[in-house]
Design a protein around this ligand. Structure first.
Ligand SMILES: *Cc1c(COP(=O)(O)O)cnc(C)c1O
Length: 398
């Protein structure tokens, strides 16, 4: 059994156990080394932290509330449900925490051109936002399919001054957008900063993005203690690449809280119809690191599928792979239909329209709430708001 009191992965080579690392073309090695050294220096620098904290507070509106969902709690008839309201932060999701941190690094490194990929458009929006604020040029790659189902975010990114490039290769979703972003980075590595949107990719991204997102869990821990004078019995978060979940979970790894990571189960759990890489996949290399991915018997990456564009990715962060193997986090999936039902339930019981990604966490909560005592607390990460989801299947027929 691992003692999480002394947990400090990744190691110097960017490994979480066997997972993570840096599987990249030679041309990117100097850029990753440069980034790692800039991040390490910044993270030890009080000046960086005061700038970052100030932006989180005054630009993004942190701390986000930890809201006691009394009506949902009594409707579900189990534990006390608390929602960590990342939907209330600037741009409507947790993505802004990470882009503010990376923008400060880009500025320190003297890079004026930002490359990014986006699925739901929430990361692209957060990138376009910080680029506008800091006078940087943003180029955002987005799968064609996602530009259609998340067209509102495309219009917002353009308004903010970003260039949005639709990607027509592969399944025209997040994986293909990342491929294009990496291609761009290899070509323009001298003057460009690659702003990855989740805890995926080669070292140091999984470490760096986690540290920028840990604020979610640090705040939640303090807020829960203020409200209940204890630690929660369980935490629930959706897992796409895995950044909102690891951000929430990380400060709780050494507690007794049960941790549930919820993936996109799509229409059915058959390869090609879901995005459940941790609960259904197997280890392999994708986008520069080793982690659980969706692949066929020849090791070819399998297309992912989910009603939630932010979960529609055939991989997930290497730290999650490690936490899965050591049994600290329980990973499972819920189906598109279960997520849709949860989307409606939260809207109608609490007057909060969740992102369809976050609705996956709510759907898992519905399954487990009564496994807990009424005096227990469960924190669910409401990673984003649902406004973006009104152009698609989600709100049809309503
Ligand atoms: C991007 C996104 C996700 C999935 O990304 P993670 O890195 O797993 O957090 C979940 N919810 C929302 C609202 C998102 O925008």
């Amino acid at each position: 059994m691992i003692d999480f009191k002394n947990y400090n992965l990744p190691d110097d080579s960017g490994h979480f156990g066997e997972y993570g690392g840096s599987y990249v073309p030679e041309t990117l090695v100097p850029a990753l080394n440069e980034l790692e050294s800039a991040f390490t220096t910044a993270w030890k620098d009080d000046g960086f932290h005061s700038e970052f904290d100030d932006l989180l507070k005054n630009y993004s509106g942190r701390p986000t509330p930890l809201y006691f969902a009394d009506k949902l709690s009594s409707d579900l008839g189990g534990a006390k449900i608390y929602l960590k309201r990342e939907d209330l932060g600037h741009t409507g999701s947790h993505k802004i925490n990470n882009t503010l941190g990376q923008a400060l690094l880009a500025i320190r490194m003297g890079k004026k051109r930002i490359i990014a990929e986006t699925g739901a458009g929430q990361h692209g929006l957060a990138v376009a936002t910080v680029a506008a604020k800091f006078g940087l040029n943003a180029v955002v790659y987005m799968g064609r399919k996602d530009t259609i189902r998340q067209s509102l975010n495309v219009r917002k990114m353009k308004l903010l001054g970003a260039e949005v490039i639709p990607v027509d290769s592969g399944s025209k979703t997040l994986k293909d957008a990342i491929n294009e972003a990496i291609r761009d980075w290899v070509t323009n590595v001298e003057d460009s900063f690659y702003m990855i949107g989740s805890v995926v990719g080669p070292h140091p991204y999984p470490l760096m993005v986690r540290n920028f997102q840990r604020i979610i869990g640090l705040e939640a821990k303090k807020q829960f203690d203020e409200a209940e004078g204890s630690t929660p019995a369980a935490l629930v978060a959706c897992v796409g690449g895995g950044s909102n979940s690891i951000g929430l979970f990380h400060p709780f790894l050494s507690t007794d809280a049960k941790l549930y990571g919820v993936e996109g189960g799509g229409e059915k759990l058959e390869l090609g119809n879901h995005s459940a890489s941790l609960s259904e996949g197997s280890p392999g290399v994708l986008h520069g690191s080793l982690s659980y991915i969706l692949q066929d018997s020849n090791g070819q990456i399998s297309p992912a599928e989910s009603i939630a564009p932010g979960l529609d990715y055939p991989g997930s962060g290497p730290e999650h792979s490690y936490l899965k193997d050591c049994g600290r986090v329980q990973y499972s999936s819920v189906s598109d239909t279960e997520a849709l039902n949860a989307f409606k339930l939260l809207s109608r019981t609490e007057g909060i329209i969740p992102a369809i990604e976050s609705s996956h966490a709510i759907a898992k909560l519905i399954q487990i709430a009564t496994d807990y005592k009424k005096s227990d607390g469960i924190i669910v990460c409401l990673s984003g708001r649902g406004d973006k989801d009104f152009s698609e299947e989600v709100s049809n027929g309503e």
